[in-house]
Design a protein around this ligand. Structure first.
Ligand SMILES: [Zn+2]
Ligand SMILES: [Zn+2]
Length: 104
């Protein structure tokens, strides 16, 4: 059984809708919005497209598009795919209750 430890999250990843690249949010191209000066536009570093990006599941190695954000007991807010939101939040023990996963 897979136990999700907090260290195995890889958050802030997006998937480009045009080329499918998985890019960390910090690696996206950004430029001042030409019309709305309070905003920035974001682009894909691979294909240079400015299409919307899908938020990817925060679990490291998981490339599924996240379906919903979930507040965790430790106060963080994670975006998880359908499968992982069931395996963590849906578990009554929660991610903090998985102490047996430490340095196994
Ligand atoms: Zn792209
Ligand atoms: Zn996932």
């Amino acid at each position: 059984m897979t136990v999700l430890a907090l260290s195995r999250f890889d958050p802030d990843r997006c998937q480009c809708n045009s080329c499918g690249a998985i890019v960390h949010e910090i690696d996206l191209l950004t430029a001042p919005h030409p019309f709305d000066h309070d905003n920035v536009i974001r682009g894909c570093p691979r294909c240079k497209n400015c299409d919307p990006f899908d938020r990817v599941c925060d679990v490291a190695g998981c490339l599924n598009v996240s379906s919903s954000g979930n507040p965790f007991p430790d106060g963080t807010y994670r975006w998880l795919c359908w499968t992982h939101s069931r395996s963590t939040v849906g578990d009554s023990a929660g991610p903090q209750g998985c102490a047996q996963g430490e340095s196994a």
